[in-house]
Design a protein around this ligand. Sequence first.
Ligand code: SF4
Ligand code: FES
Length: 260
Amino acid sequence: MVRLTIDNKKIKVEEGTTLLETAQKLNIEIPTLCHHQALKPYGACRVCLVEVIKGSRLGLVASCTYPAEEGLVARTETERVKRARRLSIELLLARCPTSEKVREVALELGVKKVRFKEEKEECILCGLCVRVCEEAIAKSAISFINRGADREVTTPFKIGSLACIGCGACVYLCPTGAIKIEDVRKCRRLDFWNTKLELKKCKVCGKHFVPLVELDYLKDRIKSFEEMELPEEALEVCPKCRKRILSEKAGEFIFGEKYP
Ligand code: SF4
Ligand code: FES
């Protein structure tokens, strides 16, 4: 365990806890854009900056990546911290001026105008999509390429990904809405990743509902359908039909065969 102080509040936390997590335990709010509690911290957006005092040294650090240390003193609300966070969000706002989430955080931090040249990017390079695909889905269908101003997130060779299963985890976590997912007839389209995937047809209603590759992935992960008391055809039927079949079965179970 390590003992430290944040905004004059003392706390003891397990080694390996970050400053952000420690602050959250103390109900101290710190803005974030590239952080997700289920994924490894990456420290890309810099809106979570805090000031730390270590001995005679004073510095600004990203609280989502910085570990809590014995005797550390951190401050989250000093003028220097506020200025630094405003600069970070101003740069992101200049990059993605139409992103609602970025605009919302900018407003919270008191940034209404941008002094830098505005770009028309949709991606703030937070890396949430890359991390969720690698850490949670174990597919690594996308990654960062290039450095500096040319840095971007994309699929290998910028062509349709062979690893993408079209699960949409990246879409769900993307704070800017840069990644769109759409089912068009027999295909799931993720244009941001130049990827199109063939959809499975529901055995009951005939609607196309899940990418075939995602279905294979799910079957692989659900090692034993029997153990989970799941009929194997559960994945062959769309969610709407599955719900109807299950409620009919439940009705039969409760009211007998005459149901409904
Ligand atoms: S596409 Fe979205 S989730 Fe991925 S790095 Fe860009 S902003 Fe972050
Ligand atoms: S949340 Fe810490 S750098 Fe983005």
